[in-house]
Design a protein around this ligand. Structure first.
Ligand code: PLP
Length: 419
């Protein structure tokens, strides 16, 4: 089949806009008449720096992220790397805060006493809060348990408890048991495997009237760039590029500058060792990546370039930036869900109505999923098989799925049910 005949609904890596790929293909051979391809130019060159800086600025502009308060970092290691990075860096920031408090209390002279007091605080007060609503937040939670030990990790809520042992609902926020002064409160905004999306910013985590709130970390790997969010409610958010932003190979972390020097300085390896806390690998240290404008070590400038081209296309397409994409994403998702809901005898949407993802539409076909997949593939609707851990059907409705693609899928859903 040719590219033009296919609408690919795979969950990631996902479809990329064809015109972006055409530009990138040319850039791979010869970037802007330099005779060298974009993947061959040094990451230390001025053109690489320009590509990084433009992508950062366009991302911030498209999403309304205030750059005076937030740093955009291009990282490596994927969303999975960020599960670990968020832990290391925000535990480090917590230790830095406690250290300052201990020094205020007992002075800076007696180092041994300060370490002893800090150790006590770590043992009694260090907590990381996780809200588990699907396979990915579960993995992040498990990474915290693996790196720190279960005694430091608080499972705020597990969506399976209220839902017959399965994911598919956001647990009632009034039951969330948040720790006092947690080093972080973590949630996944859109669960790619389970098709569960928070309908908006979780109110239980909202800042109070004085403007302060918990240290919120969100995984936005599979819904970034598809809707507006209140950026300043977050201390950290991250996402791999390979769904809505670009090609696999870069991960973006957006971090509040309050967690970077000079505001926060990470504790030394020596101190961490004395406290029995893990020492972060240097490539996962945000302050190192920030200090080097994402070029501490070799970064795939090609992938940043693709991300930059996707952002430029979004900014061209939607004069009202992310709000324009948000409206289109909702329209596409509504079309597909409406087609499914019209045939309750044939289709069952997996998650609860209150938590249906606009990005990953997960459903079961009571007739025959095999036939559904075979017939949809035959007309160019591909990548619809559900994640291997849950089965069923999953239509990933990312930004690059055109309205016509969503319409074609909705028509097929309807026709298959009637046949
Ligand atoms: N978080 C979410 C929501 C994801 O969908 C994925 C991957 O699909 C990940 C994290 C892990 O990302 P990576 O494979 O880049 O480590």
């Amino acid at each position: 089949p040719s590219r033009a005949d296919i609408t690919y609904f795979g969950a990631g890596p996902a479809l990329l806009p064809t015109d972006v790929l055409e530009t990138a293909a040319q850039a791979l051979l010869d970037f802007n008449g330099t005779g060298l391809g974009i993947a061959e130019h040094s990451h230390r060159s001025e053109l690489a720096t320009n590509i990084i800086n433009e992508a950062k600025a366009d991302l911030a502009s498209y999403l309304d992220i205030p750059t005076a308060e937030y740093e955009v970092l291009f990282m490596q290691g994927g969303g999975t790397g960020e599960f670990s990075a968020s832990i290391y860096n925000l535990v480090g920031a917590w230790v830095a805060r406690q250290h300052a408090a201990v020094v205020m209390e007992i002075g800076a002279d007696d180092e041994a006493a300060a370490v002893a007091a800090l150790r006590k605080r770590v043992e009694s007060d260090l907590k990381l809060d996780y809200i588990v609503t699907g396979g990915w937040s579960l993995k992040a939670y498990q990474e915290a348990v693996r790196l720190l030990g279960p005694e430091y990790v608080n499972l705020v809520a597990d969506a399976r408890t209220e839902n017959g042992g399965k994911f598919g609902k956001i647990p009632d926020q009034s039951t969330w048991k948040l720790s006092k002064d947690a080093a972080l409160v973590y949630y996944c905004d859109n669960e790619t495997v389970d098709g569960v999306e928070f309908p908006g910013f979780p109110q239980a985590l909202a800042p109070g009237p004085d403007g302060t709130g918990p240290i919120v970390v969100a995984d936005m790997s599979s819904n970034i760039l598809s809707r507006r969010f209140p950026a300043t409610n977050y201390s950290l958010l991250f996402f791999g590029a390979q769904k809505n932003l670009g090609s696999t190979g870069v991960t973006v972390a957006v971090l509040k500058k309050a967690f970077l020097p000079p505001n926060t300085v990470q504790p030394s390896p020596t101190l961490l060792r004395k406290l029995g806390l893990p020492i972060p690998p240097i490539v996962l240290q945000y302050e190192i990546i920030a200090k080097n404008n994402s070029l501490y070590n070799t970064l795939s400038i090609f992938d940043v370039y693709i991300a930059g081209q996707v952002l430029k296309k979004l900014l061209r397409t939607f004069p009202d930036r992310v709000d324009g994409q948000e409206a289109l994403s909702a329209k596409k998702a509504n079309l597909i869900y409406a087609a499914l809901d019209a045939h309750p005898d044939v289709y069952k949407v997996v998650p609860d109505k209150s938590a249906r993802s606009r990005m990953n539409i997960c459903f079961r076909v009571t007739k025959s999923e095999k036939a559904f997949l075979k017939e949809s593939t035959a007309i160019g609707l591909t990548g619809l098989k559900g994640h291997r851990s849950v089965g069923g059907i999953r239509a990933s409705n990312y930004n690059s799925i055109p309205l016509e693609g969503a319409e074609k899928l909705a028509r097929f859903i309807d026709a298959f049910a009637k046949a």
